[in-house]
Design a protein around this ligand. Structure first.
Ligand SMILES: [Zn+2]
Length: 682
């Protein structure tokens, strides 16, 4: 048989089976048969490379890792959508925002408004917005949303997603950009997590964040095989005129893109409301996460006439549902001990699906919440809520007969880890509530583990190799009780630990050694002074210049540091007043930790030497005005968020920069906070 014919057959068959498997979930052949075809193709291509097709499935997993992500600049900005929210009945009409939306359409169109609008209602996928660029009907480039104009180029990873066509049929325009969402399907996500767990790897917490993290990987090999999908929902560059949105979606499908099959065409607002309500009911059973519905005016002519308001099209509305809730049984309450000794209650639940994800634990926040607000008893039927990225929480206990007969859950009197009697202190964050702490800092293994992990963590001393498993072993074997003990570890002691060879023991010792020279702000973070995070540590280090100066500073001197308030100043003072902390610092010094400070910034404002990133639309300041004022105060404004960014100023519809800030732990400011800071600086 002609090699070229066979290669074509194989490529077409593999593409088709990929689609059946990944998009329709209806495989026709076994994985084994698939692999056999794949290997045959690989062999033929290896022997006849000149015959290999560009869209061959063999090419989609093997591309080389890239050195760093580069900017992805789009021709037509990606806009954000106006939001509407489902309201709480019966006080409010739940659909009032949809009615207002149509009223605005009528007002803007005036006499041109049709008697009845045609709409398309789409599920609002909780994924990662993505743009794909096709030239000569070939997929050439793709990138994330970013600030709407510039995102990150993630082409190498997009190539590994089976539902992204690499070559378009002749019916497609030669140049085209397609927009949509990349997301994990939930069954695939669960499966991937089980596999990771079995391999001793960490479970991914949340499908959306993991999709974002996955797309930013440099090596596409680690992305290939993850169950990601792309759903097309709109066009950027589109050289041909398409009369309506639903027609555009039909064409996308004909060109090989996945279009969500539950998108619905609606005539008039009542059908829209019915579709939006149906979608909310369907939501729990969908194989992906949604947080609302997108309602779009169907007619392209009407869309053009409606135009844009600031940075959003007038013809579309993102209608958000309240966060999903579910009911399940409270099986027990666990009390977890943090690194500062704070004991917090965690609900252990009968597994339940909420918004498509299986939930087993939920936070109960504190004693006040658990006993006074919720009045929990073991065995209660509880309602839980899961909103976006936050940890699920217990909203209430359902009143049932016999519930009152069961005893309420009491807080333990002693530390579940070390048995010390717990103490109750006023909570500095909320004086109405007490903080319940294990006072036995030294012998409480939970606190020791937490403190050592924190000390070695990336933003603190950044000691590579001192992860959770190692710390657990070091503490259990009594090798390390406090951070300073790390600096006395020898290679011989480490070699005896589980999963530790000669080489890794040597590496660990040198990583610990190298951390002795970490700058003052990092070391300050590492000490775990309450309320002192990354940026406060930096402010203190810059202002005082040395650890001794900080340790000797009075509360009024500390509040002299821009950005340091009364509570922080008192927490810092109290920390250094505690003899145990001073002794630990002396031990660290004796073992060679240097705490090197920089030059003291004389009367520096909060802005000098600080890097700001602006994102989203601020309520009153334009981006240029905000930039000018920050620069006038001595700050610097840059375009992208990194570990070196001091603040991200966040306005409406902030995109990936905000996500990045959260991911890196960079503090965020709203306009009010920025103005207050500017006020303080002048
Ligand atoms: Zn304890």
């Amino acid at each position: 048989m002609d090699v070229r014919v066979r290669i074509n057959e194989l490529v077409d068959a593999l593409i088709r089976h990929n689609r059946l498997y990944h998009q329709q979930n209806e495989p026709e052949i076994s994985d084994w048969e698939y692999d056999a075809l794949f290997r045959e193709l690989e062999t033929l291509e290896a022997v006849h490379p000149e015959q290999a097709r560009e869209d061959s499935p063999t090419k989609q997993v093997g591309s080389a890792p890239i050195a760093e992500l580069v900017p992805f600049v789009r021709e037509i900005p990606m806009l954000s959508l106006q939001n509407g929210y489902k309201r709480e009945p019966p006080e409010e009409d739940p659909w009032i925002d949809l009615r207002d939306f149509e009223e605005r359409l009528r007002r803007v169109l005036g006499e041109e408004a049709p008697a009845v609008f045609q709409y398309v209602v789409e599920p609002k996928l909780d994924g990662l917005a993505m743009e794909l660029v096709y030239e000569d009907r070939r997929f050439v480039r793709g990138g994330t949303r970013g600030d709407g104009v510039t995102g990150e180029d993630v082409t190498h990873n997009l190539r590994t997603i089976p539902s992204i066509p690499k070559v378009l049929p002749p019916s497609a325009p030669t140049r085209l950009t397609v927009r949509g969402e990349v997301l994990f399907d939930l069954p695939g996500f669960e499966k991937m997590n089980s596999a990771r767990e079995a391999a001793g790897e960490r479970r991914f917490e949340n499908p959306r964040n993991s999709a974002a993290g996955t797309m930013r990987q440099l090596d596409p090999k680690s992305v290939a095989g993850r169950p990601l999908h792309f759903y097309a929902h709109s066009a950027g560059v589109l050289p041909e005129r398409v009369p309506s949105h639903h027609e555009l979606l039909n064409r996308f499908a004909a060109w090989g893109f996945t279009v969500n099959p539950i998108n619905r065409r609606c005539t008039g607002l009542d059908e829209v409301i019915a579709a939006v309500a149906d979608l909310e009911r369907l939501r729990v059973d969908l194989p992906y996460e949604i947080d609302g519905a997108v309602v779009k005016v169907d007619s392209t002519a009407q869309q053009d006439a409606l135009g844009f308001v600031t940075r959003s099209p007038r013809w579309a509305l993102a209608f958000k549902y309240p966060p999903p809730t579910a009911q399940t049984r409270l099986e027990s309450v666990l009390f977890s001990v943090g690194r500062t000794g704070a004991v917090t209650p965690v609900a252990n639940l009968a597994p339940v699906r909420v918004g498509g994800v299986t939930v087993r634990n939920a936070t109960l926040h504190n004693e006040h919440q658990m006993t006074r607000v919720l009045g929990l008893r073991v065995g209660d039927l509880v309602e839980i809520r899961r909103a976006g990225d936050v940890i699920p929480e217990v909203l209430r206990a359902v009143d049932e007969p016999g519930r009152a007969d069961r005893p309420p859950i009491a807080y333990p009197e002693t530390c579940p880890q070390c048995g010390a009697h717990l103490v109750r202190e006023p909570n500095p964050d909320d004086l109405d509530k007490v903080l319940i702490r294990c006072p036995d800092k030294l012998s409480c293994s939970a606190q020791a583990r937490g403190a050592i992990r924190h000390f070695a963590s990336r933003l603190a001393m950044d000691i590579e190799g001192v992860g959770e498993k190692i710390v657990d072993q070091l503490v259990t074997h009594g090798l390390v009780r406090r951070p300073s003990d790390l600096y006395a570890l020898t290679k011989d002691q480490l070699v005896n630990l589980e999963r530790m060879g000669e080489l890794s023991a040597t590496n660990l010792v040198s990583a610990i050694e190298a951390s002795k020279a970490r700058p003052l702000d990092r070391a300050l973070m590492a000490l775990g002074v309450p309320m002192v995070g990354e940026s406060t540590a930096r402010d203190l280090a810059r202002y005082f210049g040395s650890l001794d100066a900080i340790m000797g500073a009075t509360v009024p001197e500390l509040t002299g540091v821009p950005g340091v308030g009364d509570n922080v100043a008192q927490a810092v003072r109290a920390f250094f007043d505690e003899p145990g902390n001073v002794e630990e610092i002396e031990r660290l010094r004796a073992r060679g930790v240097q705490f090197p400070g920089g030059a003291r910034v004389a009367n520096g404002t909060a802005f000098v030497g600080k890097t700001f990133v602006l994102t989203g639309t601020l309520p009153t300041l334009s981006r240029d005005a905000a930039k000018a004022r920050i620069e006038a105060a001595g700050g610097k404004v840059t375009g992208s968020v990194s570990k070196k960014t001091d603040y991200v100023v966040v306005g409406a519809d902030a995109g990936s920069k905000l996500e990045k800030a959260v991911e890196l732990g960079v503090p965020t400011l709203d306009e009010g906070a920025l103005l207050a800071l500017l006020e303080g600086a002048s």
